[in-house]
Ligand binder design. Structure first.
Ligand SMILES: *Cc1c(COP(=O)(O)O)cnc(C)c1O
Length: 377
């Protein structure tokens, strides 16, 4: 099997054909010509589209290099997450969700409970989900978690969930399929926001669901058809175009994130520093077993003493945009507490490392810390 860099350049693309582009242009909504007996996959624009198919095949080969996966793309990560939870769960079913996962999960929980679904939550770290699994129909995990960067053991939890008869879905957004392949570890669904590191330019929203079971894929595909949650062709095309640089971006971001975490470790004003690549991080041992190629993600989380200190730090950064989201080629950072959704201290910073030169970025952060702490000369 070829390496990741070679795979991402060709993933989902047709064999080169004379006078044709390597990546065929986006197919916009159109009447497909359907004379006589209809035999092809493309009939009406909401059901399937050649631009989505190419992207879906690309993501399938990344999530499951061994083959056999099916992917359904969505217009956002939330559309993908909702598709799995809302299509699989019925009134009276029990679902286990992370208590410290993506900030919209509590809002989704309210919806699920409104439909008569019982929701239990468990924190991501330390296999705490095991105790919540009894009688559950679906286990949702997010590893590494956003923004706390805790990690849980996918293989162990999937085994335990399957013994209870529960399906297992993993939010693979932060890792990307180049770093973590949940389906190989026993999960039934790998779900992600493609808005973040997968596409990496901060200019599109996208989501996907990948499974190895054709019946599960068909269920998700049917959900997309009835809810009409379909991605625009231009977004799907741009996402596919972005995949060619995935390995370069993910490797650079992981290396710089680790260098940044190491520099922050020595700072007295920094507390609660988390990055799964840091050998001293509580999640490192498990992350190193479960994630590939030293790719521990682009996010570094830490806290400064208080809100004002964190705001001074963000203002003093010159190479880093104050922005939400993560995984883009430009470094971004934000004081997460401004949204009010996460259980984090007021001075908590979620830092997303871009692809700038490592020395420039680490230097900029250290200078900004000095300025924020009043120690600049
Ligand atoms: C951003 C994010 C989502 C939601 O994705 P959107 O594309 O913004 O809808 C879900 N899970 C995680 C872990 C995320 O970071």
């Amino acid at each position: 099997m070829t390496g990741d860099g070679t795979r991402v350049v060709r993933a989902g693309l047709p064999e080169p054909r004379a006078n044709e582009p390597a990546l065929p242009g986006p197919a916009f909504a159109a009447h497909f010509h359907l004379p006589g007996e209809v035999t092809g996959p493309y009939t009406y624009g909401r059901e399937a589209n050649p631009t989505w198919t190419a992207l879906e095949e690309a993501i399938s080969t990344l999530e499951a290099p061994g083959g056999g996966a099916g992917t359904v793309v969505f217009p956002s990560g939330m559309a993908a997450i909702s598709a799995v939870l809302l299509s699989r769960l019925r009134p009276g079913d029990t679902a286990v969700l992370p208590g410290d996962g993506y900030q919209l999960l509590p809002a989704l929980r309210e919806r699920l409970e409104g439909f008569g679904i019982v929701v239990r939550t468990a924190p991501t770290g330390g296999d705490a989900q095991l105790a919540a699994l009894e009688g559950a129909r679906l286990l949702w995990i997010e590893t590494p978690s956003n923004p706390g960067l805790d990690v849980c053991d996918i293989r162990r939890l999937a085994g335990a969930a399957h013994r209870e008869g529960a399906l297992v879905a993993v939010d693979n957004t932060l890792a990307t399929p180049l770093a973590q392949r949940p389906l190989e570890l026993g999960a039934d669904f790998s779900v992600a926001s493609g808005t973040k590191a997968l596409t990496g330019h901060g200019d599109i929203l996208l989501g996907y669901v990948t499974t190895l079971d054709p019946e599960l894929t068909a269920g998700v595909r049917a959900w997309r058809k009835v809810t009409g949650a379909i991605p625009g062709p231009m977004e799907a095309w741009l996402a596919h175009r972005s995949l060619a640089t995935l390995q370069l971006r993910v490797d650079r971001q992981a290396a710089t994130a680790l260098a940044l975490a190491e520099a922050l470790r020595d700072r007295p004003e920094v507390t609660g520093l988390r990055h799964p690549g840091l050998p001293t991080d509580p999640a490192h041992e498990l992350a190193a077993r479960q994630m590939h190629g030293g790719r521990f993600g682009c996010v570094v989380s830490f806290a400064l003493p208080d809100r004002a200190h964190a705001e001074r730090f963000l203002t003093a950064l010159r190479l880093v945009d104050e922005a939400t989201s993560f995984g883009g080629v430009r470094s971004t950072a934000e004081r997460r507490g401004r949204w009010g959704g996460d259980a984090v201290p007021e001075g908590f910073i979620r830092f997303s490392v871009g692809v700038e030169d490592t020395e420039d970025l680490v230097g900029d952060v250290l200078t900004a810390l000095n300025e924020a702490g009043g120690t600049a000369r």
